[in-house]
Design a protein around this ligand. Structure first.
Ligand SMILES: N[C@@H](CCC(=O)N[C@@H](CS)C(=O)NCC(=O)O)C(=O)O
Length: 203
């Protein structure tokens, strides 16, 4: 049975799942949804994700949404290649980073992007504070040990932020991303799986 992957281009959460699928080499069928066409509100998708958000998957009749939970499911379903370190402490740190990215970075990013989209004054203070904490915690090539679900979580959000900053220089400073984080983003951007999965309309 194949796995259906419900995706909409530009969603950093859906990109996380696409990165994980590609990293693990899990075969899937594309279910490309359009925000503009209202696909997420249609009953067929509501029965998969009552919260009407992408990403979602249906694996052999089992529907699952929430990108972090989907990555954990992939890891249980097909352990290799790993999304989380084999080392218990490193794995705990990676899980913590996924939660921090989802709870704090995502919240600051969503507020800021909402203001930019609605052409309201954007206050980047919370985003700056959040970015600064990731900058000071980054010491290696990846966020914690080898490339992991933590990198697949933060990178799509940071890339979206960077894209919006470049396109809206009046609202967001172009130097939003500090040097270590920028170098990590460049390392991520150079990876084959990132190049293969970059949202089509971002290319
Ligand atoms: N916590 C969710 C967030 C998913 C999410 O917010 N998806 C957005 C796209 S980036 C969405 O589908 N929004 C549609 C809507 O809110 O109407 C996850 O990690 O999967």
């Amino acid at each position: 049975m194949t796995l259906d992957f419900y995706y909409a281009s530009g969603s950093p959460y859906a990109w996380r799942v696409w990165l994980a699928l590609t990293h693990k080499g899990i075969a899937f069928d594309w279910k490309l949804l359009s925000f503009d066409a209202g696909d997420l509100e249609k009953p067929a998708f509501r029965s998969i994700n009552p919260r009407q958000k992408v990403p979602a998957i249906v694996d052999d009749g089992f529907a699952l949404y929430e990108s972090a939970a989907i990555l954990e499911y992939f890891e249980d379903k097909q352990p290799e290649p790993r999304l989380f370190s084999a080392d218990i402490k490193e794995r705990a740190t990676q899980r913590r980073l996924v939660r921090e990215a989802d709870n704090y970075f995502a919240e600051a990013m969503e507020h800021l992007l909402e203001a930019v989209m609605e052409k309201k004054p954007a206050d980047p203070a919370a985003m700056h504070k959040e970015i600064a904490s990731w900058e000071s915690a980054l010491t290696g090539d990846f966020l914690a040990g080898p490339m992991s679900a933590a990198d697949f979580t933060l990178y799509p959000m940071a890339a979206l932020l960077e894209r919006v900053a470049v396109r809206n220089p009046q609202a967001l400073p172009a130097d939003l991303i500090p040097p270590r984080l920028a170098a990590w983003m460049a390392r991520m951007a150079a990876l084959d799986i990132v190049q293969k999965t970059r949202p089509p309309h971002w290319k």
